[in-house]
Design a protein around this ligand. Structure first.
Ligand SMILES: [Zn+2]
Length: 486
């Protein structure tokens, strides 16, 4: 009997020690969290992360995973993403929840659901405390996710008005992508870059000038040398040239510029993971996830030097595309390494096919004459063996692209097949995904919860099943700050 009591008391003692330990870690340590990295992979669900891991393993001839940097963050949770008025969210509503701690309606930026009140973001709060703020994205800096951290607009498509609010924000660094609609939708407004300049921002373009900036430079808008003329987005990793910076390179220099005794808050968005998933373009998706993950690696290196002061969060606003590892036609088979043979993104392929069409159609418009181009750019029919079914699918898509011959009379059926994109470019990227063993179920976002990873003081706060609006509040808690944002 005595023995039983002894073991019972020992159990209670150990249990209390463990619980105490967990609580101690959950509380901010003596050193305050001074450096916050908030990484948001737009559209990056668990499947997108895992796809990059299995792909990297397959490239080394292994079955299994080759862990990403972000998978090295010790704490793991799941995040529900729904908006106030729709289960399957969009980047504006999700970004607003993740920036302000409040759910809102679809397409609303930094305002409450009925669009009557502006909401304060965590970036404003830490800026008021004297921390420096950097807003970094691969898409335009006035796009939905970054905008949620500094703007208040009833509609995410108000790009010009959002850019004007950016200029008023006083945040320390914006960049990588540029300003979309910088002269307004019709191109008849005063240049938003010039307005930002008049508010004290210096605007630098390209690697050389960006790398020349010093800590003493503040209020910076730094953009990649090449940007998409319509979207002001950085080229996706698969389409980059040596002239283009990587996201990791941009983040690395940004750390140098923002570092100061009061600390910094950096939001880093991998914005085109989402776009590639909207296109069901697996090769481009993997390139974007890996590019994003390299930037996470830069933050992890920084955290090694400031372990008790650095909090790194990596999560997503929602999943896009309904990606799966495994697909109907392949049953249980996969050969993920095949993805490496696709040499350009689906939009770049669509551009190649558009040029072909202009030169050859309708007079000399034959599948046989475009086939060598497909082989060269995608590996289909070369490194990636194809069968008669694949060929007939590509010929059907070719007729739709080049001659406007849709296979089905129903617009729903055509949308299901091609999602409104160039049919031939969609078809070749879909066949590559199928051959490798990846499947897609949507051209839009999905409602499945997304993972959240955390490393640093308070990392345990992000474990378990949480909601997107809780994230900024939990970051404040980890920083030992008041939990009130709005
Ligand atoms: Zn999207």
């Amino acid at each position: 009997m005595k023995k039983a009591w002894f073991y019972f008391l020992l159990f209670v003692f150990i249990n209390q020690c463990l619980t105490g330990e967990v609580l101690a870690q959950a509380r901010p340590h003596g050193d305050r969290v001074r450096y916050v990295f908030y990484f948001i992979g737009d559209g990056m669900g668990l499947a997108q992360i895992n796809a990059a891991e299995v792909y990297q393993a397959a490239l080394q001839g292994k079955i299994g995973i080759d862990s990403l940097n972000l998978s090295r963050l010790p704490s793991l949770g799941l995040v529900t993403t729904y908006a106030q008025n729709r289960y399957i969210t969009g980047s504006a509503a999700a970004g607003t929840a993740m920036a302000t701690g409040q759910k809102t309606s679809i397409n609303t930026i930094g305002m409450n659901a009925d669009r009557t009140l502006p909401l304060k973001s965590i970036a404003w709060k830490v800026k008021q405390m004297g921390m420096k703020v950097g807003i970094i994205t691969t898409v335009s800096i006035n796009h939905a996710t970054p905008a949620a951290f500094y703007a208040h607009r009833p509609d995410r498509n108000d790009y010009y008005e959002i850019a004007l609010q950016l200029a008023e924000s006083n945040f320390d660094l914006f960049g990588y992508g540029g300003i979309k609609d910088s002269r307004g939708k019709k191109g008849d407004q005063p240049d938003a870059y010039e307005i930002a300049r008049s508010k004290g921002y210096q605007i630098v373009k390209g690697r050389e000038d960006f790398m020349k900036l010093k800590k003493t430079d503040n209020k910076i808008i730094a953009i990649n040398a090449r940007l998409d003329p319509e979207d002001a987005a950085v080229p996706v990793a698969i389409d980059r040239t040596p002239e283009d910076m990587s996201l990791a390179e941009f983040v690395s220099k940004s750390i140098e510029l923002l570092d100061n005794p009061k600390g910094f808050f950096m939001m880093v968005e991998g914005g085109q993971i989402d776009w590639a998933c909207h296109n069901n373009d697996i090769a481009t998706t993997l390139g974007e996830v890996l590019d994003f993950d390299q930037a996470v690696g830069i933050a992890l290196d920084f955290a090694k030097k400031h372990p008790n002061e650095t909090l790194i969060i990596v999560t997503a606003d929602h999943e896009t595309g309904g990606l799966s590892i495994g697909t109907a036609l392949k049953h249980y088979e996969s050969d993920f390494s095949l993805i490496k043979h696709q040499k350009m993104s689906q939009p770049a392929l669509a551009e190649v096919f558009k040029e072909f069409k202009q030169r050859h159609c309708p007079a000399n418009c034959s599948f046989e004459s475009v086939w060598p181009l497909i082989q060269e750019k995608t590996g289909l029919g070369k490194e990636i063996p194809i069968n008669d079914f694949d060929l007939s699918q590509m010929q059907m898509a070719f007729r739709a692209s080049m001659l406007g011959h849709n296979t089905f009379a129903s617009s729903d059926a055509n949308y299901l097949l091609f999602g409104g994109n160039d049919p031939l470019a969609v078809m070749v990227t879909r066949i590559i995904a199928q051959k490798a063993g990846f499947g897609w179920t949507s051209w839009s976002h999905t409602g499945i919860p997304v993972p959240i990873r955390a490393k640093g003081p308070g990392q345990q706060l992000f474990e378990g099943y949480i909601d997107n609006k809780d994230i900024p509040i939990l970051i404040l808690k980890a920083m030992g700050l008041s939990l009130v944002l709005n």
